[in-house]
Structures are given as structure tokens and as C-alpha cells.
Design a protein around this ligand. Sequence first.
Ligand SMILES: CC(C)(COP(=O)(O)OP(=O)(O)OC[C@H]1O[C@@H](n2cnc3c(N)ncnc32)[C@H](O)[C@@H]1OP(=O)(O)O)[C@@H](O)C(=O)NCCC(=O)NCCS
Length: 175
Amino acid sequence: MTGSDLDAVTTARLLMRLPREADRDRFVELFCNEDFMVFYPRVLTAGEARDRFDHMVAVCQGIPFGKQPVVELSSGLVVGYAGVDYIDFEGKTWLEWGYRLVPECRGLGYATEASQALLAKARQTYTGTLLAIIAPQNLASQNVCNKLGFTCWKQASVGGDIRNLYTLPIGEPAT
Ligand SMILES: CC(C)(COP(=O)(O)OP(=O)(O)OC[C@H]1O[C@@H](n2cnc3c(N)ncnc32)[C@H](O)[C@@H]1OP(=O)(O)O)[C@@H](O)C(=O)NCCC(=O)NCCS
């Protein structure tokens, strides 16, 4: 068993584990796919997608609940990702929660299931406030966010686009 397997989290239908080199081609394919990247400013070029995968690996080396592959147990396929990435917003570096699934795996509760499992891991290792940034018209994502316990903070411009911002404090409250 590898270190990455030991860090894996399983649910009834899914496995979340750290990204490995063998995942590269799958994520490059996904990051370049218009359907997968809906509600993102644009699809990535192949070069940008490879960089994004490298970034995913790097973040996961430091954060056990970094954005990581979501594997569907029934098919064995990587069907998306869930977890956090760093984002700078209003002069502060935040951990931003996100998820993204292939179209055929949406509407099955996977994003909520994967996120709940990874949030349990986050609560064991991190104290702070998580941020979620969602396009106002992305109702599915806002539903997931609400089910995870995030609450609406405000609407703001992020990268020039109006976004709904949600927060979720986790870990021990400061004394
Ligand atoms: C957002 C996304 C990850 C949600 O994944 P999912 O596994 O389908 O989410 P869940 O099934 O756990 O929950 C979705 C909820 O939204 C609801 N929903 C789905 N589509 C909806 C829509 N178009 N309008 C309103 N509600 C919708 C579902 O009914 C469900 O709510 P319920 O459990 O109360 O019935 C998925 O749709 C996706 O990958 N979208 C494209 C990428 C994206 O938008 N990522 C987020 C960027 S902020």
C-alpha cells in the first residue's frame, strides 16, 4: 500500500485520494473539456491543463484535503475532483472549497458525498474559515454548498465576475 492509498477516503460510492502521475492524462482531458469546465471562465489549453495538474499535486502534498480525484467505485473511473485550493481574495489567502464532476455523474449526490467525507478529514487537521465562490446562476453548486453547511457571506467581484461567496468555519474556535 502506498502513502497515497493510506490517505484515501472512501464513502458508499466514491473514493477520494491524492493525485498521482497516472491521473495526469485524465485530468488534462477533463480540464480541456468544455462540458467539464462549465461555469469556469474558459477551458484550459493542454499546457495550462498540465500545469493545473502539477498544481493539484503540489497543493495535495501540503493539504490532505486539497482538490483531489473523485473515483467512482462502481466504474473505477476518475469522475471529477473535490477539495480546496489556495486563493487570494481581499488581501488574504483563503482555502477555497470546490468540486467539479463529469456531466454523466451530476445529479447523483456525488459532490455532496465527496465533500462531506473530505470535510471530515479537513476538520481533523485544519482550523479556519473555508471559502466557496459560486456564479449566481449555478444553482446546483449553491445547493451543494448549503448542504455542506456553508452560509452566504456576500456578493463580490472575483476576477472581474460577480460571484456569490460562502464561508464555513471549521475546527476549534479561537479561545
Ligand atoms: C456543481 C456540481 C459539482 C454538483 O454536483 P452533484 O453531484 O450533481 O451535486 P449533488 O447531487 O450532491 O447536489 C446537487 C443539488 O442541486 C440540485 N440541482 C442540480 N441541478 C440543479 C439546477 N440546475 N437547478 C437547481 N438545483 C439543481 C440537485 O437536486 C441537488 O439538490 P438536492 O440534493 O436537494 O436534490 C456538478 O453539477 C458539476 O460538476 N457542475 C459543473 C461544475 C461546477 O459548476 N462546479 C462548481 C463550480 S462553483
